[in-house]
Write a protein that binds this ligand. Structure first.
Ligand code: SF4
Length: 338
C-alpha cells in the first residue's frame, strides 16, 4: 500500500459515518445495491428514511422480487427517477433466478446497474477489486491531480486514476474513503483542507489553487415546454392513466396529459376548465404545466378512477400529484389529500 493510500484509509477508519446500509460493518449486497440506487441524484440524509422503510418492507432480495410493481413504486415515491425502482425490481427477479453476480461485469448485466453501481456493490459488499467514480471522487481527483478538464474528459481521467490508485487489499473501504473525503472534507465550495488527511498529495493545495478545481461546467441549455393536463373528476374520484414505457414517469400514474388530453376533449367535446399552472423541471426540460379540471357525469373508458381518500397510497408522478392537489384545493371536493 502506498503512503497516500494509508493516510486516507487510516483517516476513514477513524472518521467514517455509520450508515444504515453498513451497520456493524456488515455489507450485504442487497442493502448496498438498494442504497446505491437510492443515493443516485440525492443525499444520504434524504435517503436514510426511505431506505429504512424499504428494508422493513423488502428486507431481502426475495421479498422485493415477489412484490408488485405498484407497491415498489409506492415505496420509492418521493425519490424521483422511478426507472431506478423498476430496475431494482427487475434485477431482484434475475438475482433470485440466477444468484448474486460475482464480478463487476455480471453486476453490470443487471438492469440499471452502471459502472459506478457495479463498482460500489462489488467492492463494498463483496471485496472485489473494483474501482468507482462518483461526483465526489471526480472532484477529489480533479484537485489532487490539478486536472482542469470538464465533462466526459474529466470523468474518463478520473476513472483511469481511480483504477490506478485502487487499494486492492481494501477496495470497498478505499472507495468509501474517497467518497467520504469528498462529501465531508473536500467539499464543492470551501473545501476544509485544514482537516484533510492527504494535503501533501494534493497538487491544487500545494499550488494554493484549490478554488480553481474542478473547472466550472458549461452552462446548462434548457429546453422549455408547455404541457396541459386534465384532471377528470367523477363521483368523488379522480381519473388516472398509467404512463407508458419509455416516457418520463413510466409505470406511475397521472391525470391525462399530452395525446390523452386531446382524445378526451374530442370524445367529450369539453376541454375542461383551467384552474392554474405550475412549472416542473425534468432533466434539461423546464415544463410549464397547465392544469384543467374536467367534471364528468359518467365513467370514461381507459381511465382508472381512484377515490380521493386513496390517492395518497397511489403511485402518482410528482407533477400529477401536484395537479391533483391544485384541483382538490379549489375547495369543491372532499379533503383527503394535499
Ligand atoms: S487538500 Fe483540500 S483540495 Fe486537496 S484533497 Fe484535501 S480537501 Fe481536497
Amino acid at each position: 500500500m502506498t503512503e497516500f493510500q494509508s493516510a486516507l484509509l487510516d483517516w476513514y477508519w477513524v472518521n467514517r459515518r455509520v450508515m444504515p446500509w453498513r451497520k456493524d460493518n456488515h455489507a450485504d449486497p442487497y442493502a448496498v445495491w438498494v442504497s446505491e440506487a437510492m443515493l443516485q441524484q440525492t443525499t444520504v440524509a434524504a435517503v436514510v428514511p426511505y431506505f429504512e422503510r424499504w428494508m422493513e418492507r423488502f428486507p431481502v432480495v426475495e421479498a422485493l422480487a415477489e412484490a408488485s410493481s405498484d407497491e415498489v413504486m409506492r415505496y420509492w415515491q418521493g425519490l424521483g427517477y422511478y426507472s431506478r425502482a423498476r430496475n431494482l425490481l427487475a434485477g431482484a427477479k434475475l438475482v433470485v433466478e440466477h444468484g448474486w453476480p460475482d464480478s463487476v461485469e455480471r453486476w453490470r448485466a443487471l438492469p440499471g446497474v452502471g459502472e459506478y453501481t457495479a463498482g460500489a456493490v462489488a467492492s463494498i459488499a463483496q471485496s472485489l477489486p473494483a474501482a468507482l467514480v462518483d461526483g465526489n471522487v471526480e472532484r477529489v481527483y480533479s484537485r489532487l491531480a490539478m486536472d482542469g478538464s470538464v465533462g466526459a474528459d474529466l470523468k474518463k481521467a478520473a476513472w483511469k486514476w481511480a483504477r490506478q490508485n485502487l487499494a486492492v487489499d481494501h477496495p470497498g473501504d478505499w472507495n468509501q474513503a474517497l467518497m467520504e473525503l469528498g462529501s465531508t472534507v473536500c467539499l464543492p465550495r470551501n473545501p476544509l483542507c485544514g482537516r484533510c488527511p492527504v494535503p501533501d498529495y494534493c497538487k491544487a493545495a500545494q499550488a494554493d489553487r484549490v478554488g480553481e478545481f474542478p473547472s466550472p461546467k458549461p452552462k446548462m441549455q434548457w429546453i422549455e415546454l408547455n404541457h396541459v393536463t386534465v384532471v377528470p373528476v367523477f363521483d368523488g374520484k379522480i381519473g388516472l392513466i398509467q404512463v407508458e414505457d419509455g416516457a418520463w414517469w413510466s409505470g406511475l400514474w397521472h391525470p391525462p396529459r399530452g395525446d390523452a388530453v386531446e382524445a378526451l376533449a374530442i370524445l367529450l367535446g369539453d376541454p375542461g376548465v383551467r384552474v392554474g399552472a405550475f412549472n416542473h423541471v425534468v432533466t434539461r426540460h423546464k415544463i410549464s404545466l397547465e392544469v384543467r379540471r374536467l367534471d364528468l357525469d359518467l365513467v370514461v373508458g381507459g381511465l382508472r378512477f381512484v377515490p380521493f381518500g386513496e390517492l395518497e397510497e397511489w403511485p402518482i408522478s410528482a407533477p400529477g400529484r401536484k395537479a391533483i392537489e391544485m384541483i382538490l384545493n379549489q375547495g369543491q371536493v372532499l379533503p383527503g389529500l394535499g
